[in-house]
Design a protein around this ligand. Structure first.
Ligand code: ADP
Length: 190
């Protein structure tokens, strides 16, 4: 099963993706994590994208599509994957559909974690206080990430909505409750 975890920055996609990796044996394909790894490694790609992530802007479609194209070739993706933070634009979603088609696959479900902007800002402030923040976790950058989300990424809900694939879950519920809702959704789909 190929599943997209969808939602604004800080919605809890990464947290829930990790649960799905453990419980369902699907790999997590997080473009954000892959880009941060490239930055940490100091690779040419990392150097190219570092300032873009720091500002909270989007890396070009071409770059992230290429990353995903390569990643999908790895054998652990044969049974599907959990896409986390990808796709983030309509061209990325179209490219992903094409790539999966090449493997005889498709996106089966899009799980939208719905969280209000005010709560996302609160969460980031907490992460900073707890010393758990990333370099792009500051109120200013988050505001830009949110604006980018509403402008470029939220339209994907229409794209996937037309295909009847979107299930919306309350991402403001406690983590365990969100996990349960996702599990129930996936189990009823099977
Ligand atoms: P968030 O917690 O904001 O959802 P991610 O870890 O998914 O963060 O991504 C962090 C940053 O990496 C984004 O703000 C963006 O700069 C870049 N990025 C990640 N995935 C993509 C993508 N699919 N397209 C463009 N840029 C991306």
């Amino acid at each position: 099963m190929n599943l997209v975890l969808f939602g604004p920055p800080g919605a809890g996609k990464g947290t829930q993706a990790k649960v799905l990796v453990e419980k369902r044996g699907l790999p997590q394909l997080s473009t954000g994590e892959m880009l941060r790894a490239a930055i940490a490694a100091g690779s040419p790609l990392g150097r190219q994208v570092e300032s873009i992530l720091a500002k909270g802007d989007l890396v070009s479609d071409q770059i992230v599509i290429e990353i995903i194209r390569e990643r999908l070739k790895v054998a652990d993706c044969v049974k599907g994957a959990v896409f986390d933070g990808f796709p983030r634009t309509v061209p990325q979603a179209e490219a992903l559909d094409e790539l999966l088609k090449g493997f005889g696959g498709k996106i089966d479900i899009v799980i939208e974690l719905k969280v209000n902007d005010e709560i996302l800002l609160e969460r980031v402030k907490q992460r900073i206080e707890q010393g758990l923040s990333r370099p792009d976790d500051n109120p200013e950058t988050l505001k830009n990430r949110l604006a980018v989300y509403h402008k470029n990424t939220a339209p994907l809900l229409v794209y996937y909505g037309k295909q009847g694939k979107v299930v919306t879950i309350d991402g403001m519920a406690p983590i365990a409750e969100v996990t349960k809702q996702i599990a129930t959704t996936l189990d009823t789909k099977r």
